[in-house]
Design a protein around this ligand. Structure first.
Ligand code: ADP
Ligand code: TRP
Length: 322
């Protein structure tokens, strides 16, 4: 790995219950991007961000492990990517605090995520309010050049850029580099079995690592609409795993026969998902592999971020001779 390559940083929250919407909408692109060889990729489990939503120790551990195993199963190579847990690298929260001291409340009140939560009249934790500053720390600690995220996260990258500029201005030193967002190519929203956006909160998902029997059950339950020429909810999923050219022909041949089309979808999804599932199960049975990889990631991420924090501590005056 060449040190001169631009650094890519991305965090993923351990949300659990991964489904094919997560895979086709975000996970796959992140793995592909990290494989291009153009970047030095650092990918971490944003467990301290998730703490705003997950407040059960067992669940946190389970989801963290599931996420790491899932990324390995879909092809993330820990030899090429520094894969670590945010909570394993205390400089993230340390830098977050330093940013808190130069960020104003009105500025954070303008964040979309905060405004959405407020509009819903939710009780907002200080952690949720401050979410963009922890994220700025995640990114700026490593001099990230590119930060792959979904469209909804773009504002957070702007917050990181603003924060870097403000710090550099106040302390009159170019300590932080300005990161660029990399908005992942907008893969059409993957619909769930009821036609709405596939989401774990709607109970309409096809789990990424579903067993064959479960896959059959879920696909057979897809709601079909008989008004158009083809069952759109089936087709939208089908085109994720088979070319539209081939599908046009198949859907013409089986026009009106929704059962046959669903069976074809099951076959094609199974062909695509079976190797991922096999790898997922293999990894799950491998005691210690997740711990080992995270341990190595922790070592590397700590070394990288400590170097940056050494500069930050000096620049703000908490270290160094008076
Ligand atoms: P969920 O909606 O199931 O709670 P998350 O919000 O945890 O999923 O999403 C994690 C990532 O997966 C996000 O980057 C999001 O854009 C992507 N994603 C989730 N659901 C879909 C979907 N139905 N289609 C495309 N991308 C999705
Ligand atoms: N906020 C991001 C999300 O909800 C996760 C995240 C945390 C992140 N820290 C990050 C993404 C740093 C990119 C870089 O998806």
């Amino acid at each position: 790995m060449s040190a001169a390559k631009p650094v890519l940083v991305s965090g993923v929250k351990p949300t659990g219950d991964l489904h094919i919407g997560n895979y086709f909408g975000a996970m796959r692109q992140l793995v592909e991007l990290s494989k291009t060889g153009r970047y030095r990729p650092l990918i971490f489990v944003a467990d301290y961000h998730a703490l705003n939503f997950v407040q059960d120790a067992q669940e946190m551990r389970r989801r963290t492990k599931e996420l790491v195993v899932a990324y390995l199963a879909i092809g993330l190579d820990p030899k090429e990517v520094v894969l670590f847990k945010q909570s394993d690298v205390p400089t993230h929260t340390e830098l977050c605090w330093i940013f808190d001291t130069l960020t104003t409340m009105p500025y954070l009140e303008r964040a979309h995520a905060f405004k959405d939560a407020e509009a819903k009249n939710k009780e907002i934790s200080v952690g949720t309010f401050n979410y963009p500053m922890l994220m700025a720390a995640d990114i700026l600690l490593y001099d990230a050049a590119v930060v792959p995220v979904g469209q909804d996260q773009k504002q957070h990258i702007e917050y990181a850029r603003d924060t870097a500029e403000k710090f550099n201005r106040i302390y009159k030193e170019e300590v932080f580099a300005l990161p660029e967002p990399y908005i992942m190519p907008d893969v059409a929203v993957v619909p769930g079995t009821d036609g709405r956006k596939m989401s774990k909160s709607y109970g309409n998902v096809i789990p990424l690592f579903a067993s064959y029997d479960e896959l059959v059950k879920r696909v057979m339950s897809i709601v079909t609409d008989s008004s158009g020429a083809r069952p759109e909810n089936v087709y939208a999923l089908h085109k994720l795993v088979r070319s539209e050219n081939e599908l046009e022909k198949l859907y013409r041949e089986h026009q009106g026969n929704y059962k046959a089309l669903k069976e074809l979808l099951i076959e094609d999804l199974e062909r695509f998902l079976a190797p991922l599932r096999a790898r997922y199960e293999e990894l799950q049975d491998d005691p210690g592999i997740v711990e080992e990889i995270l341990m190595e990631g922790k070592r590397e991420a700590r070394a990288l971020s400590e170097a940056k924090m050494g500069t930050v501590r000096r620049v703000i005056g908490v270290t160094g001779a008076p």
